[in-house]
Design a protein around this ligand. Structure first.
Ligand code: ZN
Length: 315
């Protein structure tokens, strides 16, 4: 029995750090809850955008790597992240995004949910899905987006695989997902009873070129586990499928295990706690550069190498 309860965070690669901040904090109105560095490459920022409290399952994070080539969509890479917004809010979002220079079409319906599709300023495919499913999400009072329209968390991710059977057997056997629905070639899987944040969409394309990481691509998707012991149990299940999970890595705000699903996409399981308020007060989350303790001795060099950024002016 698996203990995965839903999506934890999605990490993508963006272009220019300031442009990323301007879009996700300034236009999408998400709260920058953590301003840190890539722990494996501390010359690069790691920005975390979430609800007011950085609740697990609300978190979209970016490594701004403007020097990388553009990523290529294809098999073995998560190609789209969908964010949950309140039911009835898509006309607000369409107008807001259009006003910010983003090309947005008419809403489409996917699995009976109204969905707005667009690319962020660096080419990442984003969907906004109108849903009234209950979410653990706290509106951010200082957001430029009024609380009744704010992003409420990660809704679903989409992944193309060359071998649906292998990926399906793995997510069902090791991660606890079950089949839910099928539409236009997309297979929807549910974990923990399903609902917003507890979906995963897969499509098979045996001929698809291999996707590559780059600007505008998703680097990995992390799935929630409630605590350390559940993480170890799920890690054991992943190992039984011979997916070679890493040891537990302490990311300070949560503990992580990384592995590739059989189609090649990078997945992670991450604990719900201790959370982003472990090293900053809730009131000032994201305002200053936070380093994990083992990088603190190099703070001066790290800060000097990072591009200067400022918070976007509220619009
Ligand atoms: Zn991660």
């Amino acid at each position: 029995m698996s203990g995965v309860t839903g999506l934890h965070h999605v990490t993508a690669i963006s272009g220019d750090a300031q442009e990323n901040l301007d879009f996700y904090a300034g236009v999408m109105g998400m709260r920058l809850v953590k301003r840190s560095v890539n722990q494996d490459s501390p010359g690069t920022y790691h920005f975390f955008y979430a609800d007011a409290e950085g609740s697990p399952g609300t978190d979209l994070t970016f490594f701004p790597w403007p020097d990388l080539p553009k990523g290529r969509r294809g098999a073995g890479i998560t190609t789209e992240v969908a964010l949950a917004v309140p039911g009835g809010s898509l006309s607000y979002w369409r107008e807001r995004l259009t006003g910010a220079g983003i090309e947005v079409g008419e809403p489409v319906v996917r699995f009976s949910e109204e969905t707005l599709l667009f690319e962020d300023p660096h080419g990442l495919s984003v969907a906004l899905v109108a849903t009234d499913d209950p979410r653990d999400s706290t509106p951010w009072a200082a957001s430029p987006v009024p609380p009744q329209y704010q992003v409420r968390g990660l809704h679903v991710t989409r992944l193309v695989t060359r071998d649906l059977t292998a990926t399906t057997q793995f997510i069902m056997g090791a991660m606890g997902y079950v089949r839910n629905a099928e539409e236009d070639g997309w297979h929807r899987f549910a974990v923990n009873g399903g609902g917003s944040g507890k979906w995963l969409d897969l499509r098979e394309d045996r001929e698809a070129p291999r996707g590559t990481w780059g600007v505008g691509s998703i680097h990995h998707v992390a799935f929630r586990v409630p605590d350390d012991s559940t993480e170890l149990a799920v890690r054991g299940d992943i190992e039984e499928f011979r997916r070679q999970p890493t040891p537990v890595i302490d990311r300070f705000w949560f503990k992580s295990v990384y592995f590739k699903e059989p189609g090649g996409a990078l997945f992670e399981i991450a604990t719900d706690g201790p959370g982003f308020a472990v090293d900053e007060s809730l009131e000032t989350l994201g305002e200053t550069l936070v380093l994990p303790p083992w990088l603190e001795p190099q703070r001066a060099e790290i800060e000097a190498a990072l591009p200067k950024v400022r918070m976007p002016v509220a619009s």
